[in-house]
Design a protein around this ligand. Structure first.
Ligand code: FES
Ligand code: FES
Length: 176
């Protein structure tokens, strides 16, 4: 076993992990962060993308034992409790989500993009969105969602009240 210290969504964890344990398994099965989805398991689909030290990373390809001291962000950690991030709200409002399996990966890629550049042009948005695959074909609406999220962020609207958004769009909590 290897001892690692990780900061995940601003919480510090000291873990003993097998040397070959993948980050996706640590996040999903040790820490219960089920927004992190496994699609291909080999670095092609992008559904498992999280931020490692602020950069998008395939959690299916990274070994936890090699990430001692890293800061990890998953979808669960992009807004404080009771709030939704502007990117989440934009994805809800543009109604692109179909099965939703790819959505966490797209949101994390969008977060990384807008943290770097809150005013990306269309070419840049397309380039970043190309790192995740959507089998339902939601790309055009996700593209609109990124533009909408960027506008919110430029206007200083970073967090929204979760309850208000749920009531406005009649969203129910099915599972946590
Ligand atoms: S599950 Fe990691 S890239 Fe597909
Ligand atoms: S919404 Fe179903 S895979 Fe993208």
């Amino acid at each position: 076993m290897v001892k690692v210290t990780l900061t995940v969504n601003n919480v510090k964890y000291e873990l003993d992990v097998p040397p070959t344990e993948r980050l996706i398994d640590t996040l999903r099965y040790r820490l219960g962060l089920t927004s992190v989805k496994e699609g291909c398991g080999r670095g092609e689909c992008g559904t498992c993308i999280v931020l490692v030290n602020g950069k998008p990373a395939h959690s299916c390809l990274n070994l936890t034992s090699r990430l001692d001291g890293a800061e990890i962000t998953t979808l669960e950690g992009i807004a404080p409790p009771g709030k939704l991030h502007a990117i989440q709200v934009a994805f809800i409002e543009t109604r692109g989500v179909q099965c939703g399996f790819c959505t966490p990966g797209f949101i994390m890629v969008t977060k990384a993009l807008l943290d770097r550049n809150p005013d990306p042009d269309e070419k840049e948005i397309r380039k970043w969105l190309a790192s995740v695959l959507c089998r339902c074909g939601s790309y055009p609406l996700y593209f609109e969602a990124v533009k909408r999220a960027a506008k919110y962020i430029r206007e200083g609207k970073i967090y929204f009240d979760e309850r208000e958004v749920r009531e406005k769009y009649h969203l129910k909590v099915l599972a946590r």
